[in-house]
Design a protein around this ligand. Structure first.
Ligand SMILES: N[C@@H](CCC(=O)N[C@@H](CS)C(=O)NCC(=O)O)C(=O)O
Length: 217
């Protein structure tokens, strides 16, 4: 399998975590999102994903977009370890936690949204960080409360094993730190992330562990 990704794309980070957790070998295909390259808008990439967004997973002749759909494909093809465990109600809760990140929090800090704020509303970096912090904060306040109720051990969003909800949380916490969001009010989410980030599958998926990440001089 080949994953078109960028080291600090949080949607890509989700898929890297899922691939690693399931022990699926994958080949990285870096797509440079920085303005000078804007490789996501090159014709060759748009042929893969007309949305001009990463991640894209190819598996033989199959091309898939949308990180959550990709992870559910992996879940069906490689059921162990399950990222959607339990009964129908558990799986609905897991999806609800994951989609709170993927549908409601993350899209508001996507590169094209932030670039629009910069170009159309002359937002400087402080304004961009304030925008991101507002929406991450609103989303995390609700997730903090839900994790307090649903986590079985204070180390996972729901129950006591890694699920799709955890796979989505960790990259979003990375984004929160990147945009200098104050995460002090979210002790449950921070404790869950501290545990997950210590797991090899998560550590190997981290932005700084990717070959396309800038190396310290
Ligand atoms: N809902 C999509 C979101 C994908 C997405 O927004 N990807 C970002 C990187 S995290 C991207 O490619 N941005 C490029 C741009 O905004 O031009 C998913 O979960 O895969």
């Amino acid at each position: 399998m080949q994953l078109y990704h960028y080291y600090r794309s949080s949607a890509s980070y989700r898929v890297r975590i899922a691939l690693n957790l399931k022990g699926i070998p994958w080949e990285p295909a870096p797509v440079d999102l920085r303005t000078a390259a804007s490789a996501q808008r090159a014709a060759a990439f748009l042929a893969l994903n007309p949305q001009g967004l990463i991640p894209v997973l190819t598996d033989g002749a199959l091309t898939l977009t949308q990180s959550v759909a990709i992870i559910e494909y992996l879940e069906e093809r490689y059921p162990q370890p399950p990222l959607l465990p339990g009964n129908a109600a558990d799986r609905a809760q897991i999806r609800s936690l994951a989609l709170a990140v993927a549908c409601d929090i993350h899209p508001l800090q996507n590169l094209r949204v932030l670039n629009y704020l910069r170009s159309t509303f002359a937002a400087d970096e402080n304004a961009v960080n304030a925008w991101a912090g507002e929406w991450i904060g609103a989303g995390f306040r609700a997730l903090e409360e839900r994790a307090r109720r649903l986590s079985g051990d204070g180390r996972h969003m729901l129950g006591g094993s890694v699920t799709l909800a955890d796979v989505c949380l960790v990259p979003q916490m990375y984004n929160a730190r990147r945009f200098k969001c104050d995460v002090g009010a979210f002790p449950t989410l921070r404790a869950i992330c501290a545990h997950l980030e210590s797991l090899p599958a998560f550590a190997r998926a981290a932005p700084e562990a990717q070959p396309d990440a800038p190396r310290a001089q």
